[in-house]
Design a protein around this ligand. Structure first.
Ligand SMILES: *Cc1c(COP(=O)(O)O)cnc(C)c1O
Length: 398
């Protein structure tokens, strides 16, 4: 910390050139990593930009629920007056704890078969909130190298020690656990179930087996891309792999397949009570509007009925991955998130605009979202796509 500040001072004396906002913006432009907010119009699964209509292949509406107008109408027709509120006007610990919250958490713990569930305003709130709350200087966090920015920020906000293990390298994780389990009071393994930029799937069972070797190791799994999409009832990779009850912090978000906003953790009662008392992003922030919570509950209560959507999504993903393989691209994806890795940012931008020209709204993903030299196009499929549309897409990839 001290060192950082010293460094700033030196820069300031040297006219602070590399420190100025303008200089940084120039650098980003030169590296093709400069971003602007796109001006777009939405019409369910379509995107309109500058009069050009494109199929949206970049949204996280994996089950097509966010663009399902009849589902939305059904919700609005049955919405009780009680939940028709656009603000909770308070943190849940004060006056913001509307009945919809308790009902949603009750539903979650029933679906997952766990003691308790706690919900948050967003996945970002969840990850930057839980990790600092449950760790201290005697904690070691072992996090997969590619975990989401919100998890990294949660680790940064904590006082824990942290080691990032190589992506999905269970052997390295095993030796880190063996080496450090006596040096720390608590070790927390942190991972995602489906990785957001690579679309590969973590073997949660292997992590469960590793954690069970030692009594002081806990497992934290973020299912942001798994909830709704995987498992017979849509409960995610943990359901698919049969380890729903072996994960200490089983987390997920509502902003993707669940077509809403917010996030959850299902956990033991003790952890639930502890988080309510210690988690700063939970305590010091206004709770989500009750209408949003009611919508989440409405969607989740039907999650088991959308098996056909999950199957169709999986079939389309298979086809897209097969196409990429046939065209000579390396495919690591094992899910509906299918990256086409290109390398240089400028090439990724070019390729994306080519596909956009052909009617597919695909976006380039560049550093710092992904490591340098691995810029890519990220196809994020939705069950709302039709047979014809996926065929057109496969034909358009060169
Ligand atoms: C999207 C995402 C988040 C953030 O969730 P929000 O609800 O959008 O804040 C957290 N973790 C992962 C892995 C994500 O992909």
């Amino acid at each position: 910390m001290l060192q950082n500040r010293e460094h700033e001072k030196v820069d300031k004396k040297g006219n602070g050139k590399s420190n100025s906002f303008e200089w940084t913006i120039e650098q980003l432009k030169r590296q093709d990593n400069y971003r602007v907010l796109p001006l777009i119009d939405h019409q369910d699964k379509w995107i309109k930009q500058d009069g050009h209509c494109m199929l949206n292949l970049s949204s996280n509406d994996y089950l097509g629920l966010a663009s399902d107008i009849s589902l939305r109408n059904r919700f609005m027709c049955n919405l009780p007056e009680r939940d028709f509120l656009f603000s909770s006007s308070s943190s849940r610990l004060l006056t913001g704890n509307y009945p919809a919250y308790t009902e949603l958490e009750q539903l979650l713990s029933e679906l997952f078969g766990t003691e308790k569930a706690l919900t948050f305003s967003s996945g970002y709130h969840m990850n930057v909130g839980i990790l600092p709350a449950v760790s201290d200087v005697n904690t070691l966090i072992l996090a997969d190298k590619l975990v989401h920015a919100s998890l990294i920020d949660g680790i940064r906000l904590s006082t824990a020690h942290c080691i990032r293990y190589r992506h999905q390298d269970y052997k390295q994780l095993e030796s880190l656990l063996a080496k450090y389990h006596t040096a720390f009071a608590r070790i927390i393994i942190v991972t995602e179930s489906i990785f957001s930029m690579d679309g590969d799937v973590t073997s949660l069972n292997r992590l469960v087996a590793l954690k069970n070797i030692y009594s002081n190791v806990m497992l934290y799994v973020d299912e942001a891309h798994g909830i709704g999409v995987r498992g017979k009832n849509g409960l995610g990779i943990a359901e698919e792999q049969g380890c729903l009850h072996d994960i200490d912090f089983l987390c997920g978000t509502f902003g993707k397949a669940i077509a809403s906003m917010g996030a959850y953790v299902v956990c033991r009662k003790t952890l639930y009570e502890y988080l309510i008392n210690r988690m700063r992003t939970f305590i010091f922030s206004t709770a989500l509007p009750p209408i949003v919570v009611a919508w989440t509950k409405f969607v989740l209560s039907q999650l088991d009925t959308w098996e056909d959507r999950r199957k169709w999504l999986s079939e389309m993903s298979d086809r897209l991955r097969q196409t990429l393989r046939e065209k000579g691209y390396a495919v690591t994806s094992e899910s509906h998130i299918v990256p086409l890795i290109i390398g240089a940012s400028d090439n990724a931008i070019l390729k994306a605009s080519e596909l956009q020209h052909n009617g597919f709204y695909v976006l380039p993903v560049r550093p710092p979202t992904v490591p340098e030299g691995t810029s890519r196009l990220r196809f994020s499929l939705s069950a709302a796509l039709t047979e014809t549309e996926i065929t057109y897409l496969c034909n358009a990839i060169r």
